[in-house]
Design a protein around this ligand. Sequence first.
Ligand code: PAF
Length: 275
Amino acid sequence: MQIHTAIASLRAARAQAGRVALVPTMGNLHDGHIALMREAAKRADTVVASIFVNRLQFGPGEDFGKYPRTPEADREKLEAAGVAHLFAPDEAVMYPRPQGYHIVPATGQADILEGACRPGHFRGVATVVLKLFNIVAPDLALFGKKDYQQVMVLADMARELALSTEIVAQDTIRAADGLALSSRNKYLSPAERAEAPRLYRQLAVLADAVRAGARNYTALEAAAIEELQRHGWQPDYLTVRRRIDLQTPQRTDEALVVLAAARLGTTRLIDNIEI
Ligand code: PAF
């Protein structure tokens, strides 16, 4: 695997790489990331992974400083997954001066759910992802559906700005007990780790009820939130939305997703299930 820290070096390699798939990450790679790398390899001649902990998408008081950084273990995992190129720039390469130009995702899409809880988050995500696209010029880029709203924001950005990169969404990879894999699971104490799958279980209960015909979303959401609270969680939201735009569904909408974000101790977890 070639490791590039400079934009020019990555671009030189890209010129010979044929059809390129990019998997953007913030590192601390787990099996969810590796599944994206393997899918990328099936769809392209060359896989480029990027690792960059993007300051722009963290709010004040969020975990930018303590976000787990494990460069050596990450490199070994990428080598083992057969990734050809790793782009791992320093902050001075990505942001040689404070970033003055930003991508501002559409209102109504980026300021709900995660965007409401983390103001400016999707602006930071969209800005760094467009910058990575401009550096790597990938034919496609793969993202995990655990960050459901992120995928929607990026797919809409690609469509509205006529980017030539195809956005590919892949299913969430889970631990055997259902917990969605996430770098932030590292923050959980053993007791919290044992409790953490409840988030997925509550989403599954709600999804099953809706699949069985229930349409009283507000009551179902309230019951799931209460169950989490009874077990020490502080939910930010747990809500049924339309897949297409993450707005509140009408009774006739059929393509739905239930999404949640909740804090367990000091760790904030997110998850979702398509219904
Ligand atoms: O999903 C992530 O890890 C990040 O939001 C991304 C897409 C790499 C942008 O920094």
